[in-house]
Write a protein that binds this ligand. Structure first.
Ligand SMILES: [Zn+2]
Length: 61
């Protein structure tokens, strides 16, 4: 028997999708505390989720 379950591990790399703005904001704050870098919270029009990103990347908005 072969296990065919696929687990999405892309969350570790790239963008993590947050379910709502509150979760994304909390992630941005924890990121800022840990790395000392401000992160913006924005709504993703592709996956309808929330992401955090560097303010420099204005294209994300
Ligand atoms: Zn997205």
């Amino acid at each position: 028997m072969s296990s065919k379950r696929r687990i999405r591990k892309n969350a570790r790399k790239g963008k993590y999708r947050h379910k709502d703005q509150t979760a994304a904001t909390a992630a941005a704050i924890s990121y800022q505390k840990e790395f000392g870098q401000f992160m913006n919270v924005y709504r993703c029009k592709f996956c309808k989720g929330w992401h955090i990103g560097h303010p420099k990347n204005r294209r994300l908005f």
